[in-house]
Design a protein around this ligand. Sequence first.
Ligand SMILES: Nc1ncnc2c1ncn2[C@@H]1O[C@H](COP(=O)(O)OS(=O)(=O)O)[C@@H](OP(=O)(O)O)[C@H]1O
Ligand SMILES: Nc1ncnc2c1ncn2[C@@H]1O[C@H](COP(=O)(O)OP(=O)(O)O)[C@@H](O)[C@H]1O
Length: 204
Amino acid sequence: MTDENNDRSTNVVWHEHRVAHEDRVQRLGQKPGILWFTGLSGSGKSTLADALEASLFEQGRLTYVLDGDNIRHGLNRDLGFTDEARVENIRRIGEVAKLFVDAGVIVLTAFISPFRADREIVRSLVEPDQFIEIHARAPLDVCEQRDPKGLYKKARAGEIPHFTGIDSPYEAPEDPELIVDTADHGLEACVAQISDALRERGMI
Ligand SMILES: Nc1ncnc2c1ncn2[C@@H]1O[C@H](COP(=O)(O)OS(=O)(=O)O)[C@@H](OP(=O)(O)O)[C@H]1O
Ligand SMILES: Nc1ncnc2c1ncn2[C@@H]1O[C@H](COP(=O)(O)OP(=O)(O)O)[C@@H](O)[C@H]1O
């Protein structure tokens, strides 16, 4: 961080607003939180987040999906796929997700988020019961066979550098709240597994 940036943050003062988090939560009548999907490309993060959101929304909850591919078209369009860029990607998404939680929303995020430390930083931004880490787990060979966007094929051909699982690391969660084995179970079963777990935790 430059001296100029330090000076700038010193002169910024937090402003309290009259409408509090609790007021918004009460109005919405739901328990906000982050459902953080992590996993290899093609493991099922986007598909699961989409299906789970549809189900929660249908049940009357206010939800929002932050999806890597989409966010990288806008907010994070300046970021690539070096380790540093991925760290910054997840840092920004963590902050955005925190704002959604403050607004009272159930936010579902679908980012590879390959580094354990970055996911733990996001966890620390909200209350302990507001962060649910969900590992969309599928072996690399299954993800590669699925190859929904043809990216593994390109990566193997050397057309995409730093591709996760090939020449860029993925650190699987060590103690996530949930693991969904998308290679062994269909979409509906995985969504039901997550919904049951959320119910058990009193989140829905
Ligand atoms: N080099 C490389 N490695 C991995 N993925 C790549 C790469 N280049 C492009 N893509 C596409 O970008 C999506 C991953 O973006 P994320 O923001 O989720 O990545 S990260 O969390 O910062 O690691 C990822 O989406 P998913 O396949 O949905 O995971 C890919 O579509
Ligand atoms: N149980 C499952 N959960 C999620 N996706 C699954 C499952 N079984 C098969 N799939 C398929 O795997 C692919 C996952 O792609 P996608 O959701 O884009 O993954 P990611 O967002 O992790 O890159 C989709 O083609 C989806 O239909």
